[in-house]
Every structure is written in C-alpha cells, then in structure tokens.
Write a protein that binds this ligand. Structure first.
Ligand code: NAD
Length: 328
C-alpha cells in the first residue's frame, strides 16, 4: 500500500523503515503535520499514518475523502476531536495505536512520587544552593489511599506498579474489571472523599469532559494530589488553579493540559512565547509538575506506535480483522 506518514519524527525513522519493509508498504515519511495545507498532498495515497494533534478537522477530513484516502491509522491511542463518523460515513476506516501501557504507567508513578516528595520544590531550591529542609517534608506511599479513575490498560498498569508500595488502592470505572484483586471499586463520590491521591486514566468523552471541576474538587480531601496523564480536558483548569491557590489541592502532576496543542511539540524560544495563560500559571506553582504530554514517550512505545499503525494498514489492505479499528 502507498502510505504517507505525517508528523514523522527522526526518532521514528528506524521503526518506519523496519516495519514498512516487514509489511511491504511503499512509505513516504513527511515531518509536517496533517492539516488543511498538507492535506492536499494525500492524493494517490491509500493509507495515512497520523497522530492525534487537534489539526484533523472536518475540513481536512473532507479533503482526504475527496482525495481518495481509504485508511487512517493513528500512531496515538487517543483520537478525540477526530470525526470518526464522518470518515466512516464516507467509507474511510480508522485505527488507533495500542502501545506499552507501562510507558504512561511508570510516568504516572513518577509524578505521584514527585508530588508526594515535593521534588520540584527541592530541585528548584537546590539550584540556588538552598539545602535547608524548608518545607520539603514529604509523605509516604504506604500511608496513602490512591484513587484510580479508569482501570483500562493504563489504569491497570498503574495499579500493578503501585502494588509494591503498600498503599490502599481504590478505583472507579463505568466498566469495573474482574481481574483486579488488590483494588476496591467504589463510587466516584466515595473515591473523591477517600483518596489522598487521585490519578486519571479514562478516555475523554462527553461524560468525562471537565469531570474534575469545582464541584468535584470540593468533594475531595483537603490537600489532595491530582495526577492527569490521560487527557487535558478531563480537568477544568481554572477550577484546578483556584483550588491550588486556595490550598485545597496540595499538589498536582499534569502531563496533559486542556488547550495544549498550541504549547506542546514546539520549542518556545525567545520569539515564540507560550501565550496560554493557564499553562503559565500552573507552571508557576512550586507544588505542581507540568510536563508537555510526554508520559508515553519511551523507546518501546515509539516502536509500538509505528508498528501498530503500519500493521493495521496492512490488515485493512488484506481484508483481515483489524483489532485496533475504531468506529463511530
Ligand atoms: P482504555 O480504554 O484501556 O481504558 C479507559 C478506561 O476508562 C476503560 O476501562 C473505561 O471503561 C473507562 N472509562 C470510560 N468512561 C469512563 C467514565 N465516564 N468514568 C470512569 N471510567 C471510564 O484506555 P488506556 O489505553 O488505558 O488510556 C487511558 C487514557 O490515557 C486515555 O485518555 C488516553 O488518551 C490517555 N493516554 C495518555 C498518554 C500520555 O502520553 N499522557 C498516552 C497514552 C494514553
């Protein structure tokens, strides 16, 4: 199949080469994102390998349909914002990626520990040679109750990672898993009430949009730690900022941020300042760790993402079952 891979990065190179050879694809690597300008260059390509970055609007989708693109294989797990129904209605099939859950799960545990042990505060002070104890007193994991919202692939891996720490783990999911024996499923309300640490691992949907808002935060413990390595818009950022300012939220680890598309994957050097004010405010707190959506970013995950995308395109082409196909 003739494939154009948009947003192709140098670190994906060896995997594109290896897996396009393996699946027999004729692949063009294109470093540019798929957007309204670059969509014109999809004519003659049956399949596209793409990432979810907020640029695949309905206008862009229409160009792909008009150009005869048949398959869109994401190299990301998330596909929110992409009009899957519009694609399917025009016979375009989509798939997403399913890479190592431990990439995000390990990062989540790092975020939890950094928040509990005030790592940012300690490191910032050490840069000015302040080695006094200050307010660096942390908390220990075995004394914590961790509330996991969403116990799918990543939520489960987080739970497995956490099990060695001796903390109490409670969880909420609309489809509770039967194969987790060290976890107590509770209602969302109870999870908010009992958790010292709340970590989000659900998909973004109409139901979960801003699920962590002012009302939800009010139901949480004073000093709660909130971790978001899932999707930015699960949290109402303004409500989070207010709660950090008020001291209601004791610390936060934010890898995914609402409106991050204008911030991440760019070197904001001197002339390209970040203009997202909420992002700047969150980054100014010494008890808040903000990272640019990098929880997934490991060598294993990059290989998995490229392989998933090229394998799904091969399965589409051969008329085989496509386990990672997504439907409207
Ligand atoms: P998954 O589909 O395996 O799990 C999602 C879980 O959320 C499921 O168990 C589902 O039942 C549950 N869920 C759905 N709606 C819910 C609701 N309203 N309330 C509670 N639970 C609900 O997905 P996954 O692969 O584990 O990914 C989890 C999240 O992590 C996704 O949002 C994904 O986009 C995000 N993610 C982030 C990064 C990163 O780099 N930060 C990387 C990969 C994935």
């Amino acid at each position: 199949m003739r494939i154009r891979a948009f947003s192709a990065r140098p670190d994906e190179d060896e995997f594109f080469d290896r897996f396009s050879r393996e699946y027999g694809h004729d692949l063009v690597k294109d470093p540019r994102p798929l957007n309204i300008q670059t969509a014109a260059d999809t004519r003659g390509f049956e399949g596209l390998s793409i990432v979810q970055d907020g640029y695949l609007t309905d206008d862009v989708m229409q160009v792909l349909i008009d150009n005869g693109v048949k398959y869109l294989a994401l190299r990301t797990i998330g596909y929110d914002g992409i009009n899957v129904k519009m694609a399917n209605d025009h016979g375009v099939r989509l798939s997403h990626a399913g890479y190592s859950a431990y990439s995000v799960a390990n990062y989540t545990v790092m975020m939890i520990l950094m928040c509990l042990r005030k790592a940012l505060y300690i490191l910032m002070r050490s840069h000015t040679a302040d080695y006094s104890l200050g307010k660096a007193e942390g908390r220990e994991m075995q004394n914590m109750t961790v509330g996991v919202i969403g116990t799918g692939r990543i939520g489960k891996a987080v739970i497995k990672n956490l099990s060695g720490f001796g903390c109490k783990i409670i969880a909420y999911d609309i489809c509770p898993s039967k194969d987790l024996d060290n976890v107590e499923y509770v209602s969302l309300d109870e999870l908010y009430r009992r958790s010292d640490i709340i970590t989000l691992h659900t998909f973004l949907s109409e139901d979960t949009f801003h699920m962590i808002d002012e009302k939800a935060i009010a139901r949480m413990k004073d000093g709660v730690t909130i971790i978001n390595c899932a999707r930015g818009a699960l949290i109402d950022t303004k409500a989070l900022i207010k709660a950090i300012e008020d001291g209601k939220v004791g610390s936060a680890g934010i890898d995914c941020f609402e409106g991050e598309d204008d911030v991440i994957r760019t070197d904001h050097n001197y002339d390209r300042r970040v203009t997202n004010h909420d992002y700047i405010i969150l980054k100014s707190f010494q008890n808040t760790i903000v990272s640019p959506h990098v929880a997934f970013y490991t060598d294993q995950a990059v290989s998995d993402m490229v392989e998933c995308s090229l394998r799904s395109l091969s399965q589409f082409e051969k008329g085989e079952a496509v386990p990672l196909e997504i439907h409207a």
